[in-house]
Structure formats: C-alpha cells, structure tokens
Design a protein around this ligand. Structure first.
Ligand SMILES: NC(=O)c1ccc[n+]([C@@H]2O[C@H](COP(=O)([O-])OP(=O)(O)OC[C@H]3O[C@@H](n4cnc5c(N)ncnc54)[C@H](O)[C@@H]3O)[C@@H](O)[C@H]2O)c1
Length: 423
C-alpha cells in the first residue's frame, strides 16, 4: 500500500521504518527543515535500536517531503504522528493536528483513511472529523490507533505489539486498517476494535497506570529506608504475584520522557473539566515531582549541605536507556539543583547530548570527580568495574536507578546511597 506518514519524530519514524519493512511504500512529511534535510541524506537524528538500519535498508520504499500534498498524491492512507504537548494549565495542545488536518482536507482527492497515532483528549478524533468535514467534500474516515511503543524498543514494539487498538465507527476503514497490519500476523485477541473515544481513553489510562506503579514503588521504597527493609526484596516478592506483574516496579528518581508526565497531567485535566478529581493520578504526579528533591537531599545530607565546588560525575542524561531523548529527563532537573548549589558537573551519556558539562566517556566523567551520580540505567554503567568506582575522590555513589543495589559496595570502602535500602 502507499502510505503518507506526517511527523518524523519518535512515533512517526518508527511507523515509517516498520511500515516500509512490512512491505508498504511511504512518503514521510516533516516540517522541521533541518530534520527533513538530514533524513533526505539518510541521517536519522533519533537514536532508537534498529531504526536507522531499517530506514536505510528500505530506503527505496521511503521518500521524505515537507509538503502534505506530496504524500497524498496517490495514497489513500495517511498517518498523523505529530506532537501533542501538555500546556502549563494541563490542556493538551492539539494545534499541530488542526494544522495537519486542514492541509489534508485541502489536498485529498479520493476516499482517505486518516490513522491518528498522536495521543489526543477523549472525543478529539470526532471533533477533528467535524473540523475536516467543514473543509472538504471528499469522503474520509479518521481512525484512532493509539501507539504503545516504548522508546528504547520502539521498532520491536511496533512490529510485535502486545495489542493493537483500533477505534473507529467505519466498517470500511476498519477493513482497510486490518489489511494494512496483516503482515504483523496478530491473532484475533490481540486486535481490539472499539469506538474512537474508548481508543483514546485506553492510551491515557495505560500511561497513567504505569505512572501509578512507578510512584507507588517509590513510596514503598521510602518506607523501606525508614524500616530497614530492602526494596529489591519487596520488588521480587511483588513481582511473583501475577496479579501485580513484574514490570514498572523499579524504585528510583522517577519517570520522565515525553509521555508519562504529559499524559498524566492531561488526563487529570480532562477529568477535572468533567467534574471528576483523579486523586490517585494526581498523587502519582506529585510523588514523581518530589522524587528528584528527595534524592538530591541524600546528596546534601552526605555533604552536610555544602556541595560548593564539589565535582559530580553524572552518568546518564536520557530519560531512560536506549534512547537519546532528553524530554523531561530527571537528570537535567538534578543537574540544575546541583549547579545552583555551587557544584561542578561532568556528565556522560552514550547517546543523549547536552550543550554544557558533557564529557566523552565514563572514565573522563569519573576522573577527578568527588562523587558519582547515576541517573539513567544504561547497560554499560551496570558493568563498571570496582576499580573505576574506587577512583572517586570522596568514594561516594548516589545511585538514582538502583543499578548497584545488590553489590554491597559499602564493603569495598565506598559510601553507597540508593532508593529503598538504608537511609
Ligand atoms: N514518544 C513516544 O514514546 C510516544 C509513544 C506513544 C505515543 N506518542 C504520541 O505520539 C505523538 C508524537 O510523539 P513523538 O514523541 O513522536 O513526538 P516528536 O516531537 O518526536 O515528533 C513530532 C514530529 O512532528 C513534526 N511535525 C509537527 N507538526 C508538523 C506538521 N504540520 N507537518 C509535518 N510535521 C510536523 C515535528 O517537527 C516533529 O518532528 C504525541 O502525541 C505523543 O504523545 C509518543
């Protein structure tokens, strides 16, 4: 099939790479000139395992353009994957979608199925349908097909989804979408069809639930510190209970990224407008927002509230491993706090880049540093040898991701602090 994908971000480029891989022809539309020019040259600025490889492998099936009309020339399927950030007041900024929908309406010539991957407030796909109907006489259907990929394993998640949510009231659109995804070989109970509003709600409900799990385990971790329990044992004990599951039970400095912080705020706001207070989700947000300060205070206590001119090696900038995404990254918030208290920073991340303080290797970060702070659990950090850690001037490690929690580093002359074991 010939498919237009609008937006070459984390979600859009994953769609491009995977839809081409399963045999479709793609025109990808991106309005950011720099990104677009790079993509035309085969440079993918997003780091995601296998993404660049798949795009290069399928380059004969993919073209890039800035013009939506180029993508609609002979395609009757159009994906929307543009950003929907949450504003300060909790409202979702859907302007990019209105802009795109306006262009699509101006340019469609035949029946077109618009598949919306962007996360939008409940009722939005119906709203945008009416918006387009006022602008075109050409028939079209909008299908809500929320995306559940995890950054860091996006390609695999798209090609092997646990479930596919298809929200539409059009039988014709549903049939076409099912054909489109046929090469994924999903079984019937992985394909969930429903109305548009429910599909939109599933996305917010799923992200909020995962955020709840993280804030929950972080609360329990605090209690572990006060009671002499060890969060690692609690995690194991919980995860063997299939009603709870083993995922998202890692205590640490909390969630970041472009989805959980924004989607939790959005659903709270959506509910508020309907007169409902989502108390659990509000608490999850609050706990998460306080988590960095909680961790920062461990550092301050160790240094008796004076970190002036102390040098901290920060390992990990990206909000999670296997991505270069810095949106809402806890590392950046922590660096800000350390710096505003007079500390010096040497930060290293295998893929994410910041303007100041960045060094090129773990070795360089640790060299002459007083203490080590772990903010992202990249595999290479987990494998650091003891000799490297012992080079720290103050022999202090603040592990915001509990990667060394089982290593008994105190026995080797290090002062080890994590989340959920000892104080
Ligand atoms: N990142 C994730 O893990 C993830 C997972 C599931 C769902 N989502 C949702 O998917 C959507 C996209 O997220 P993302 O992380 O890919 O965002 P992103 O910011 O990485 O990408 C959006 C891209 O769209 C482009 N764009 C904006 N307006 C455009 C226009 N008019 N024409 C062409 N291109 C345009 C932007 O320049 C940008 O490159 C959001 O609604 C998000 O909530 C994201």
């Amino acid at each position: 099939m010939k498919i237009c994908v609008i937006g070459a971000g984390y979600v859009g480029l994953t769609c491009v790479a995977c839809l081409a891989e399963i045999g479709h022809q793609i025109v990808c539309i991106e309005k950011d000139e720099k990104k677009l020019n790079n993509l035309k040259k085969g440079i993918v600025s997003i780091f995601e395992p296998n993404m660049e490889e798949l795009i290069l492998k399928n380059k004969s099936k993919i073209t890039f353009s800035s013009e939506i009309k180029d993508g609609l020339i002979d395609s009757n399927i159009c994906y929307i994957a543009v950003g929907t950030p949450t504003l300060e007041n909790g409202e979702v900024d859907t302007n990019a979608i209105f802009e795109v929908a306006n262009e699509i309406a101006k340019n469609i010539k035949n029946y077109t199925i618009i598949i919306n991957k962007s996360t939008v407030p409940i009722g939005f796909n119906k709203k945008i349908t009416n918006f387009m109907k006022e602008r075109t006489k050409t028939p079209f259907d909008i299908v809500s097909n929320p995306e559940f990929l995890r950054q860091g394993s996006a390609i695999n998640d798209f090609l092997n989804p646990e479930r596919l949510i298809i929200g539409t009231s059009s039988k014709k659109a549903l049939e076409e979408v099912l054909k489109l995804y046929k090469p994924l070989n999903l079984n019937d109970n992985q394909i969930l069809t429903m109305d548009e509003n429910s599909a939109e709600m599933v996305k917010y409900a799923a992200n909020s639930f995962l955020a709840l799990k993280i804030s929950y385990i972080n609360e329990i971790a605090k209690l572990c510190e006060k009671t002499g329990a060890n969060i690692e044992h609690i995690k194991l004990g919980l995860s063997k209970d299939s009603r709870i599951g083993e995922k998202f039970l890692n205590a640490g400095i909390g969630f970041g990224g472009s989805c959980f912080p924004k989607d939790t705020k959005a659903i709270v706001n959506i509910a508020k407008e309907k007169g409902i207070e989502l108390e659990t989700i509000k608490s999850a947000i609050e706990i998460n927002e306080n988590q960095i300060e909680y961790f920062f205070q461990k550092i301050m206590r160790f240094y008796k509230n004076n970190i002036k001119n102390k040098t901290f090696a920060i390992l990990g900038l990206a909000f999670k491993p296997n991505t270069n995404d810095l949106r809402e990254a806890p590392s950046l918030k922590l660096i800000k706090k350390l710096e505003s208290n007079g500390a010096k920073i040497k930060a290293y991340d295998p893929k994410a880049k910041i303007e100041n303080h960045q060094v090129e290797s773990v070795k360089e970060a640790i060299n002459e540093a007083n203490a080590l702070v772990i903010t992202t659990e990249w595999q290479e950090f987990k494998e650091l040898p003891l000799e490297t850690l012992l080079k720290l001037k103050d022999k202090a490690i603040f592990d915001g991701r509990n990667i060394f929690i089982n290593k008994n580093l105190n026995e080797y002359g290090l002062q080890y602090f994590c989340i959920g074991k000892n104080e």
